[in-house]
Design a protein around this ligand. Structure first.
Ligand code: KG4
Ligand code: ZN
Length: 347
């Protein structure tokens, strides 16, 4: 089943053609250079860049695919969550294509894509990892921090989520305060890797003792703000690595503690972890350590482009939705849903 999928939820314009779990063609245009000088994603610039690149990205994806577009069975698109004016660009394009080629359209929640990203295969069908439900899905990105129980394909139940900032956002905001640029995750990881003692400074872990599986990261960012206020510039510079590492540990410790709590409550010890932050090797190691103590397993996106936003994961999620007959009923009424929680159950 060939699916052409588009994601324009944030600052990547992406198109992929998938065949089941296999990625046959994939193009991602990243807007990072556009947004980095502003220290974060600027919605109006994102919209303009998506509009400028969408045709190129789709055409390039089809060119790499080589077969004619008529051989595509279905189209798929990210409906939300994401930036409204960015989502609109992808939705407009996919509507055009669906009408022009008279194909059914599969609506995808961006978070479903991150959950399926661990199962995306290359064009040769690797890696071959098969599904073993149920899973706990953990999404850790710039916009989301969620723990989801996945009972079967396309069957989700959100167990916990952030009540304010996402984990990636908390790292990005810290990086901005430390003058490290945007996005902060990779720089903070690089600095943190160079220290011997990972946690010289202790930053708080908000809500860690709370009964719920929810997260809160905005207080952590505030605590860094006051911590830095007390420090002179020279000391700040000389302690940069220690601060980055200690701050990173506070976030990662919170993620691991809440995940462990979810594992105990649900009895599920198989994890799939997706989202930009799981590019971080220290965090991967912590998750591996966690599942080892429970004789469980953890899956990560198998290729690096799959941690960040991409349309390949949307195409793979769409495949499992098509198998369950989930299509857009009225094409003209399809609209973006900027705040789009994972539906409890699709069926
Ligand atoms: O999934 P993603 O590309 O976009 C969203 O849907 O939000 O995630 C972006 C986030 C940013 O906050 C970025 O700083 C973070 O992922 N990130 C990392 C690393 N690489 C990207 N965080 C920690 N360590 C990294 N190596
Ligand atoms: Zn994302």
């Amino acid at each position: 089943m060939k699916i052409l999928a588009i994601d324009t939820s944030c600052d990547e314009t992406s198109c992929a053609i998938t065949d089941g779990r296999k990625v046959v063609s994939n193009v991602i245009y990243s807007q990072i250079l556009i947004h980095s000088k502003w220290g974060g994603v600027v919605p109006s610039l994102a919209k303009r860049a998506h509009e400028e690149k969408i045709d190129y990205v789709v055409n390039e994806c089809l060119r790499k695919y080589r077969d004619p577009i008529e051989t595509i069975d279905y189209f798929a698109v990210t409906q939300g969550p994401g930036l409204a004016i960015a989502l609109e660009v992808g939705i407009k394009k996919i509507k055009q294509l669906s009408l022009q080629y008279n194909k059914q359209l599969i609506p995808v929640n961006h978070l479903e894509g991150h959950l399926y990203s661990s199962f995306v295969q290359n064009s040769k069908g690797n890696p071959k990892q098969s599904f073993m439900f149920p899973y706990l899905g953990i999404i850790i990105s710039g916009g989301h921090t969620e723990i989801v129980r996945i009972k079967d394909h396309v069957s989700y139940e959100t167990l916990g989520e952030t009540i304010d900032d996402a984990a990636g956002e908390a790292i990005d905001k810290a990086a901005k305060m430390l003058g490290l640029g945007y996005p902060g995750g990779p720089v903070v990881e690089r600095l943190a890797r160079e220290v011997k003692n990972r946690e010289i400074y202790h930053f708080p872990r908000p809500m860690i003792k709370n009964q719920s599986l929810n997260f809160s990261f905005s207080g952590l960012k505030t605590s860094l703000y006051y911590f830095l206020k007390e420090m002179n510039e020279n000391k700040k510079l000389s302690q940069l690595k220690d601060i980055a590492s200690s701050y990173q540990e506070a976030i990662f410790d919170t993620l691991i503690t809440k995940t462990e709590k979810a594992m105990k409550e649900t009895g599920i010890s198989r994890l799939i972890v997706g989202g930009g932050v799981i590019a971080n090797m220290r965090l991967r190691r912590l998750f591996r350590g966690l599942v080892n103590t429970y004789e469980g397993e953890v899956l990560f996106p198998p290729y690096s482009y799959l941690t960040g936003d991409n349309a390949a994961m949307i195409g793979v999620a769409a495949y499992y939705k098509a198998k369950k007959n989930i299509f857009v009923k009225n094409l003209t009424q399809l609209d973006r849903i900027p705040r789009f929680p994972l539906p409890k159950y699709y069926l």
